[in-house]
Design a protein around this ligand. Structure first.
Ligand code: 5GP
Length: 116
């Protein structure tokens, strides 16, 4: 693991600006810089100890549950309660930031778009 803080840790530390829509003791959510849906938020644990959702589920299932609950709460606010939650896991699956995060996508997703 790199000793450099992840881009998300730098957002959490307010070293990089972001449109933060939610923050708790353990979790932060902000708008993705390159949105791929009408609503595209990232829900991120403040700790960067877990690189992906598999590590997070094994190491701190309660924190994973908090991410899912936060996504639901944000979806109620931003997408009418319906949403897609994506955890890219590994570079060949599109993961570029190895600080676990959920993509919360919604606001009008066409059917059959998964994987495009
Ligand atoms: P991944 O590809 O790892 O699943 O998702 C990383 C996401 O982080 C991408 O959708 C990318 O657009 C987003 N991202 C990368 N750098 C920044 C940034 O500096 N600010 C924000 N708001 N999003 C970022």
């Amino acid at each position: 693991m790199s000793n450099e803080p992840s881009v998300f840790s730098r957002i959490i530390a307010r070293e990089i600006p972001a449109d933060v829509v939610f923050e708790s003791d353990a979790v932060v959510a902000f708008r993705d810089i390159a949105p791929q849906a009408p609503v595209h938020l990232l829900v991120v644990p403040k700790t960067e100890r877990y690189r992906d959702v598999v590590e997070l589920a094994a190491g701190d299932p309660a924190l994973l549950a908090e991410i899912v609950a936060t996504a639901k709460r944000l979806a109620d606010e931003h997408t009418g309660g319906e949403f897609r939650l994506v955890f890219n896991t590994g570079a060949s699956a599109g993961q570029t930031v190895f600080h676990v995060h959920a993509h919360l996508l919604g606001g009008g997703l066409p059917e059959g778009t998964l994987g495009h």
